[in-house]
Write a protein that binds this ligand. Structure first.
Ligand code: ZN
Length: 349
């Protein structure tokens, strides 16, 4: 546990949560990461998770979230096929995590099915046509004459099966799940959740919100509080952020002036690769750092956190380490090794 060495205080103020594992295991994990184990209920994806998954109450916020998401679409004129696709994707995105851990109680399944029905048929001309088709037929794939609506129970069962298999096969997976609760999507850094939105400058930065006529009481960067917040400012040019980029460039002996548009910044970053520098790792660094900046910026705005450049750097260094551990079989650095030899880490395989 002490092996994290000098960086062991990084996570002292962080929290991690785990569910679907024993208390003892979760405790061990939190000790290892040197973070506080969150006590239930904690929130995941903004949804409060409480103690007992067998209680229907636990599922209420999740059902509400599905309901709200779908309600936003109800007013729009969608084709029937469009509604099937939409309801499947909404349910998948919200439920996949919880369904991976818990067997859903019967009453909850019933509520979700009612949601599906209402959304699909609610006040539309198709209602009469379809209402008399049996629900299990509705859930069959199209090739089998169904409508391809996701079968809640089958979805749950298949995910539970997969998860148990993972537990047996691969302990790393279990680790990753714990990390995920803190760091969001680690699974696929190329698809890092907001990367494409950043590259297209479509994140809800304050200037973008103003452009969309969203009223805020201030538009300045929450980091430096002196210049208006745009993606270019927030991620690259803010006086609080610039030194972090300079430091990371110095690891690999690169210098450069920074372009303004995020996409150009990324291109310059990836084209700066020279022989000996690990191109992919270096791109992932860009993703890890920008993603971390965004997370910190949000916790400043929404949770009154204060800006701390060291913490941003530490979190980003940790995040890319979790990605590399997962993605590269030959990446065997212990975290301590990685974080204290970043130069070498980006230059060598
Ligand atoms: Zn600033």
């Amino acid at each position: 546990m002490r092996k994290l060495g000098q960086r062991s205080n990084n996570f002292a103020k962080s929290s991690c949560g785990a569910f679907g594992v024993s208390d003892q295991w979760a405790y061990g994990a939190s000790k290892y990461l040197n973070c506080n184990l969150m006590s239930f209920p904690f929130t995941y994806l903004g949804i409060p998770i409480s103690v007992n998954p067998r209680r229907c109450q636990t599922w209420e916020p999740i059902i509400t979230k599905c309901e709200r998401k779908l309600a936003r679409w109800r007013q729009r004129h969608l084709s029937f096929g469009g509604r099937v696709t939409l309801i499947n994707s909404v349910l998948t995105s919200i439920l996949i995590y919880f369904f991976s851990f818990f067997r859903v109680p019967k009453q909850v399944v019933d509520k979700l099915v009612r949601l599906q029905r209402n959304f699909l048929w609610g006040g539309t001309p198709e209602q009469n046509k379809i209402a008399w088709i049996r629900w299990d037929t509705v859930c069959k794939p199209k090739e089998e004459g169904g409508l391809g609506v996701k079968d809640i129970t089958a979805f749950n069962t298949s995910l539970l099966g997969k998860w148990k298999w993972d537990l047996f096969q691969n302990k790393e997976e279990t680790w990753a799940r714990v990390l995920q609760s803190k760091y969001g999507s680690w699974r696929n850094p190329k698809g890092a959740p907001r990367a494409w939105r950043l590259l297209k400058d479509r994140l809800p930065t304050r200037d973008n919100l103003r452009r969309k006529r969203v009223e805020l009481h201030e538009y300045v960067s929450p980091l430096c509080k002196s210049t208006d917040e745009s993606a270019s400012h927030l991620f690259f040019h803010c006086s609080k952020i610039l030194p972090i980029w300079w430091e990371s460039l110095s690891w690999v002996k690169l210098v450069g002036a920074f372009p303004h548009h995020p996409r150009h910044h990324f291109l310059q970053h990836s084209h700066g690769v020279y022989e000996g520098l690990q191109g992919n790792k270096w791109k992932w660094w860009w993703l890890a750092l920008t993603w971390t900046i965004w997370k910190h910026r949000n916790s400043i705005i929404f949770s009154n956190a204060t800006f701390n450049a060291h913490k941003v750097m530490d979190d980003a260094v940790f995040l890319i380490w979790t990605w590399l551990r997962h993605l590269k079989k030959d990446f065997t650095y212990h975290y301590n090794q990685w974080s204290s030899n970043l130069k070498e880490g980006f230059l060598r395989t």
